[in-house]
Ligand binder design. Structure first.
Ligand code: SF4
Ligand code: SF4
Length: 268
């Protein structure tokens, strides 16, 4: 039996998000966070094939890793709605990106501390910008890990759709603790289009046509994120790593919950 339970980690995650929301006051950006975990088993051997040739496996990050933990910080609906109009992200979207990166680091450290108090080491990576600038692929993709621990499923917009939707940010860590399997989704798909239903609204919302039936043009998307960071006056005081857009997550059927699960529940 693990000496740290999944409930302990979920409680710590919620406490960190609540504390940061209290600190920021009305500018607290998040809804109730989610956390899933899985054994560091053979499923992660798929990562180089699924994500990138040079993607790490859990034991590349921590040779004694026994579990992978992925958490999701969903954004408040007001923030996501504010980012919907126009072709450029709103100021709040940029601010929330910066503050959420800080919170992801804080949560990772806090979970690591809970585990360390029981004698378990952890391996952590940065919240973002841990990718190869040439291939635009990450060596440690929180999204792919989220899929493999069954925290959510990929949408055609290449974001992870969790039970709390896709509008939010992910963080992850590995640990020596044997946490067991704690999935939050079981179905194969959470994206309407991928489940054979009508949708494709994220494709229509992309201002640069990076999402098409042929796939995801990551270079086109990255160029837009860089242009937003460099060209928006109201981003001038934000860090140079504020690469955001988010139009494909702004008030979509999958923004705040899993639309396939909703449909299935309504049909019962
Ligand atoms: S907007 Fe529709 S097609 Fe796009 S990811 Fe969400 S559910 Fe899938
Ligand atoms: S983040 Fe923006 S540019 Fe990139 S795919 Fe989504 S809508 Fe298109």
């Amino acid at each position: 039996m693990p000496t740290v339970s999944i409930a302990d980690l979920r409680a710590e995650l919620q406490a960190r998000v609540a504390a940061e929301t209290r600190r920021l006051g009305p500018a607290g950006w998040w809804r109730t966070p989610l956390l899933a975990a899985a054994p560091a088993d053979a499923r992660f051997d798929q990562l180089p094939r699924m994500a990138a040739n040079d993607h790490w496996r859990p034991r590349d990050l921590l040779p004694t890793a026994n579990s992978v933990i992925v958490f999701f910080l969903p954004f408040r609906k007001e923030l996501v709605r504010a980012n919907q109009p126009g072709e450029r992200p709103c100021r709040e979207w940029g601010e929330s990106y910066v503050q959420t990166n800080e919170l992801i680091e804080q949560v990772g450290r806090a979970l690591g501390k809970v585990l360390a108090a029981h004698g378990f080491r952890c391996g952590l990576t940065p919240a973002t910008h841990n990718f190869n600038e040439e291939t635009l692929t990450a060596r440690w993709s929180h999204k792919h890990l989220g899929h493999l621990v069954n925290l959510g499923r990929f949408g055609v917009h290449r974001m992870l759709i969790t039970p709390a939707g896709c509008a939010g940010r992910l963080g992850s860590l590995v640990t020596e603790a044997d946490m067991g399997d704690h999935p939050l989704v079981a179905a194969r798909e959470a994206c309407l289009l991928k489940a054979g239903k009508a949708c494709g609204l994220c494709r229509e919302a992309c201002p640069v046509g990076a999402l098409t039936p042929a796939g995801f043009d990551r270079r086109r998307c990255w160029a837009q994120l860089k242009e937003n960071q460099a060209g928006l006056d109201y981003f001038a005081d934000l860090p140079a790593t504020t690469h955001v857009c988010g139009k494909c997550a702004a008030v979509m059927p999958c923004s705040f919950s899993d639309p396939v699960a909703r449909l299935n529940a309504a049909a019962r």
